[in-house]
Write a protein that binds this ligand. Structure first.
Ligand code: ATP
Length: 252
């Protein structure tokens, strides 16, 4: 269980509590500036809150060693930028760092587990043809897929991804959603910041809605993203059409 316990962070988050279970896809939704990325960063252990705590299976995330945290939680940032212009396969290889022990020389070249995890991640994100390409010569969506492959290569127990679908075309969006569903079915935790409310409605098991740093709703998509919530939080008058699982938003 990944828990936000009364998290406060400046004027970005105001006493947010939420228990997130593994084996499910949880979407974090809300308007621009609502605090979604801030909460995801706190849950990933990248930002220390001013008050409250993020906990993984009752252990404060701040108490985990960097290596234990990196093995448990894979984090995909919102912006697909990378400091070094490495190749796709080098980037994905970096996702294995937390699994390499021993002296530096050994850490530089991975073993069979590393190689298998890297190949699986490259396959999953359809990056084999681009593996030797430097990141500076990729499109935005390709770079996003490479960053997601780095997360997958680490085989984390939890995947925390900030708008992982934003730069992807429709086919790659659906492929990634299928992959994340398989991860959840394998009892891993999947937490996604999502702006596309129809994708959240149709693919998430649970939705946490934030507004102005506060939790507004947490529950099944049909409840957390009800037409009332859309009106109150987003100020949008819309109705859900279609069947559960294939809902679309119609503006009034
Ligand atoms: N590093 C920072 N220091 C201080 N305030 C920040 C920082 N990053 C973001 N903020 C502010 O905190 C609030 C929440 O930002 P956050 O990025 O968490 O929102 P978000 O819900 O992810 O928004 P978006 O949908 O635009 O990505 C915003 O008002 C933002 O201006």
């Amino acid at each position: 269980m990944l828990c936000a316990d009364n998290i406060t962070l400046g004027d970005r988050l105001d006493g947010v509590s939420a228990g997130i279970a593994p084996g499910r896809i949880t979407a974090i939704c809300g308007p621009n500036g609502a605090g979604k990325s801030s909460l995801l960063s706190v849950l990933a252990g990248l930002i220390a809150p001013d008050a409250g705590a993020a906990e993984l299976d009752t252990t404060p995330i701040a108490d985990l060693s960097p290596r234990a945290r990196a093995r448990a939680i894979g984090y995909l940032p919102q912006t697909p930028e990378v400091a070094w212009d490495v190749t796709v396969e080098t980037l994905v290889d970096l996702g294995r760092l937390a699994w390499r022990g021993g002296p530096l020389a050994k850490r530089r070249s991975g073993g069979a587990d590393d190689a298998a995890a890297i190949e699986t991640a490259l396959d999953a994100m359809e990056l084999q043809d681009l593996r030797t390409r430097p990141l500076s010569r990729l499109s935005g969506g390709e770079r996003s897929r490479a960053l997601m492959a780095r997360v997958l290569a680490g085989a984390p127990q939890w995947i925390l991804a900030d708008e992982p679908l934003a730069n992807l075309d429709l086919a790659h969006q659906l492929a990634l959603l299928r992959l994340l569903r398989r991860e959840a079915d394998a009892a891993r935790g999947v937490v996604l910041v999502m702006h596309d409310l129809a994708l959240a409605m149709n693919h998430a098991d649970e939705v946490l809605v934030l507004d102005e740093g506060r939790r507004v709703a947490l529950g099944e998509p049909e409840t957390a993203l009800s037409e009332n919530v859309l009106r109150e939080v987003w100020g949008v008058d819309a109705r859900w059409v279609g069947e559960p699982g294939s809902r679309a938003l119609a503006l009034r």
